[in-house]
Design a protein around this ligand. Structure first.
Ligand SMILES: C[S@@+](CC[C@H](N)C(=O)[O-])C[C@H]1O[C@@H](n2cnc3c(N)ncnc32)[C@H](O)[C@@H]1O
Length: 216
């Protein structure tokens, strides 16, 4: 056989069965490739975030964005999206009059994309800013409108942070996954587009109530 002839080389490869070592190599190669995609594209900038708090990027659906902003209707002032991805919620909030509209995000690719979208929409959404910052380190004490779309595994810790830092007049809107122990003031949408609103003064009253957990 001529090893330089592609047709013959392919035929030989097809005829060869993968041994244990070959399978191991294939598995290792696939694992490395998956890790490179994960670390390089989806999770860059997360080295200092503990693994259990790392949340991958999944963009909100158009209906989800609409539901989140419907639950903020009638409100104004500062809005903050914790883990802002490509900035779609921040941008739409700015279009609807929230000022300033701020996103916190660790993934530099997504920050770049968000800034590009903001630049393109600069006339209709002038007050948008994005910060490359770990959301767990941001002080939220001046935030009155907070949006979140994170993984269920980090939401218990997020409840603790929001309860400790947000002012009473703040409203939190969670997309796709509800905050696990809080009672919502309003819910809108179905399935993956659903959103939940929480008013901090009511959350605090509810958390302090002696009968909490016994009523339906
Ligand atoms: C499920 S995506 C939601 C993106 C966007 N909010 C949306 O609704 O389309 C979660 C985002 O949070 C970001 N993120 C996760 N942990 C973070 C952290 N500790 N600090 C800042 N951003 C974080 C991820 O990079 C990802 O873009």
């Amino acid at each position: 056989m001529d090893p330089d002839e592609p047709g013959e080389a392919l035929a030989e490869l097809r005829g060869r069965r993968l041994g244990g070592a070959g399978l191991l190599q294939l598995a290792a190669g696939t694992g490395v490739a998956a890790y490179v995609v994960w670390a390089g594209l989806l999770m860059p900038g997360f080295r200092r975030v503990p693994l259990r708090l790392q949340v991958p990027y999944v963009p909100a659906s158009a209906r989800q964005v609409e539901n989140v902003l419907t639950l903020l209707r009638g409100r104004s002032g500062k809005v903050v999206d914790l883990g802002s991805g490509d900035g779609r919620i921040v941008l739409e909030a700015s279009r609807r009059g929230f000022h300033p509209a701020v996103g916190y995000e660790l993934n530099p690719w997504l920050l770049w994309l968000a800034q590009f979208h903001a630049w393109r929409a600069r006339r209709r959404a002038p007050a948008v800013t994005y910060h490359r910052e770990d959301l767990w380190r941001v002080n939220l004490s001046d935030c009155t409108n907070v949006t979140v779309f994170l993984a269920p595994s980090v939401l218990p810790l997020l409840e603790t942070k929001l309860l400790a830092e947000l002012p009473d007049r703040a409203r939190v809107v969670a997309g796709r996954f509800p905050l696990p122990t809080w009672a919502p003031s309003a819910v809108i949408g179905e399935g993956i587009d659903r959103a939940w609103a929480y008013d901090m003064h009511r959350v605090r009253q509810w958390a302090a109530a002696p009968s909490r957990g016994t009523s339906v």
